[in-house]
Design a binder for this molecule. Structure first.
Ligand code: SF4
Length: 291
């Protein structure tokens, strides 16, 4: 059984609760074990790296150090923003001097023993894909999806340590194919949705969301599949503002990729948190015979 340290971050227990619900349900169905990091703290993605460099490294380094108390070799962070902060720590703390400085702030030193694994890769690696294929009970045939990776999971390649094409990633597309869905070729897979500008530059953020929603719709997508709670929330909740400003009507459901895996495995949509989505996903559920 694959076993990973699991870092939920703030989002998976708040705005992205359905990502957490579906992640745990799907992991259980696939025999993957997620062990929550004990006494984890915020990774600091939202502000620490803009205010204090050492703090921005110490926050995620503390989490990785605590993950070392678990019987695992790898840790996952389903939130792309968190993932990138942990990736930054792994990259920057190769520098011995910096590692000493950061460790002087921690009760338990970071040693690098537990490595960060991309959350997408947990499901998109060949062995898990095969396991999913064997367990599909409700094919998503007929569902056209635009896989949206956002800008943090796959870029910059030397930092995130994710073996995929940073401009045209395939991990989520491969998962969708195994589920029976049709991943569309579309050009905005890794365009930034501006989630971090949501408060300070709402105008810019609204435009970025509109661009992504428009291209997905023009490409024929039934839904945009997300892999990050910040992107998902941005594209899902901001649609009313976008539609008002641009005089359009997208009504585009934004499910998490783990919710779609769960649907295909035959799990109850309630367990997967479909009701928590802002734009009603009923059209998606109907299309695959789950509503
Ligand atoms: S990404 Fe943001 S919300 Fe998620 S744990 Fe890190 S700081 Fe908190």
């Amino acid at each position: 059984m694959a076993k990973y340290a699991f870092y939920p971050g703030c989002s998976l227990e708040t705005g992205g609760i359905e990502y957490g619900m579906s992640s745990h349900a799907v992991a259980e169905a696939l025999g993957i074990e997620f062990l929550e990091v004990p006494d984890w703290n915020c990774c600091g993605a939202s502000s620490a790296h803009m205010t204090d460099h050492l703090l921005s490294l110490a926050l995620p380094a503390r989490v990785l150090a605590l993950a070392e108390t678990l019987p695992v070799n790898e840790m996952v962070a389903p939130c792309a923003a968190c993932h990138q902060r942990f990736a930054a720590v792994e990259y920057e703390l190769q520098n011995e001097d910096l590692r000493r400085k950061v460790n002087s702030l921690l009760e338990r030193p970071y040693t690098g023993k537990v490595r960060l694994r991309s959350y997408l890769d947990v499901f998109a690696n060949p062995a898990t894909l095969e396991e999913i294929r064997k367990k599909v009970k409700r094919s998503l045939k007929g569902l056209k999806v635009a896989c949206y990776y956002g800008c943090l999971f796959v870029k910059p390649p030397k930092l995130v340590n994710f073996v995929d094409d940073p401009e045209n990633p395939q991990a989520m597309d491969n998962i969708m194919r195994v589920l029976g869905a049709e991943p569309l070729p579309w050009p905005y897979k890794t365009e930034c949705c501006g989630a971090s500008l949501g408060m300070t530059r709402e105008d810019a953020c609204t435009k970025l969301c509109n661009d992504i929603l428009k291209i997905a719709k023009d490409s024929g997508a039934d839904c945009i599949v997300a892999a990050c709670p910040l992107c998902q929330q941005n594209l899902d909740m901001r649609q009313i503002t976008v539609e008002k400003k641009y005089g359009t009507q997208y009504r585009m459901p934004i499910p998490f990729f783990t919710q779609l895996i769960g649907l295909a495995l035959g799990l109850d949509p309630k367990v997967l948190g479909f009701k928590k989505l802002f734009v009603d996903p009923v059209m998606v559920l109907r299309k695959v015979g789950a509503a």
